[in-house]
Design a protein. Structure first.
Length: 194
C-alpha cells in the first residue's frame, strides 16, 4: 500500500530488523519532542542538538532490547533524558533552563495580540522560566516533563524512570515550590496548574 503512513509498531519492527529508513521516520516523528526534552532535562539549549543526536544513536543501538508492544515515545524520551542528565553531570555545569520559543498550539487565534499583551506575555514567560530555573533539578525535570512537554503521568513515569505514584507526589511538591517562588518574586500573576 504505497503512500500509506506506517504505524509506529510497523516502523519499530522494521527498524529492529535493520531498516534504516524506518528508523529515520521514527526520528522525524520524535525529533522536536526529543529536542525539547533535552533542553528541559539538560538545561542547555546549545547542547540539545548533540544530546538528541546521541540519544537517537543509543536508542537505535538499544532497539533489540525494546519490548515489542510497549509505547515507543516514553522509552525514547527516557533515553534522551538520561543522555541529557549524563551530559549535564559530566560537564559539571548547571546553567539556567533555556527553552526555545515555545508555541502553544492551543492558542491558535488569528487575531494579532496587542503590543502590550505581547510584552506582558514575554515578561510572564521570563519570570516563570526564571522561577523554574531556580528550582532543584528533579523539580525542574518533573515540571518540564508535565507542562513544557505535555507528557501524561504514565509517560512521565517511564521517561523519568520513577513510579507513577512518585510522579504525582513529586509534581505536586514541585508545583508548590514553584508557586512559592513566584509569590516570593512577586510574579504570581500567572497560574501554574496543580
Amino acid at each position: 500500500m504505497e503512500g500509506r503512513p506506517l504505524e509506529e509498531t510497523e516502523l519499530i519492527d522494521r527498524a529492529r530488523r535493520g531498516d534504516v529508513s524506518a528508523y529515520e521516520e521514527l526520528v522525524r516523528r520524535y525529533r522536536d519532542l526529543a529536542l525539547r526534552t533535552a533542553v528541559v532535562v539538560g538545561g542547555q539549549a546549545g547542547e540539545a542538538e548533540d544530546t538528541t543526536q546521541e540519544a537517537f544513536v543509543k536508542a537505535y543501538a538499544a532497539l533489540g532490547r525494546f519490548r515489542p508492544g510497549a509505547p515507543f515515545r516514553p522509552w525514547l524520551l527516557r533515553i534522551v533524558a538520561n543522555e541529557a542528565r549524563n551530559r549535564r553531570r559530566a560537564a559539571g555545569r548547571r546553567e539556567g533552563l533555556a527553552l526555545r520559543a515555545y508555541e502553544d498550539p492551543r492558542r491558535g487565534s488569528d487575531a494579532a495580540p496587542s503590543p502590550e499583551a505581547v510584552v506582558l506575555d514575554q515578561e510572564r514567560r521570563n519570570a516563570l522560566l526564571a522561577a523554574v530555573n531556580a528550582l532543584r533539578d528533579d523539580d525542574r525535570e518533573v515540571i518540564g516533563a508535565r507542562y513544557f512537554l505535555d507528557l501524561t503521568e504514565l509517560e512521565m513515569s517511564e521517561a523519568l524512570g520513577i513510579p507513577r505514584g512518585t510522579v504525582k507526589s513529586r509534581l505536586s511538591r514541585a508545583t508548590g515550590r514553584l508557586r512559592e517562588r513566584l509569590v516570593l518574586d512577586g510574579t504570581a500573576g500567572g497560574s501554574v496548574d496543580g
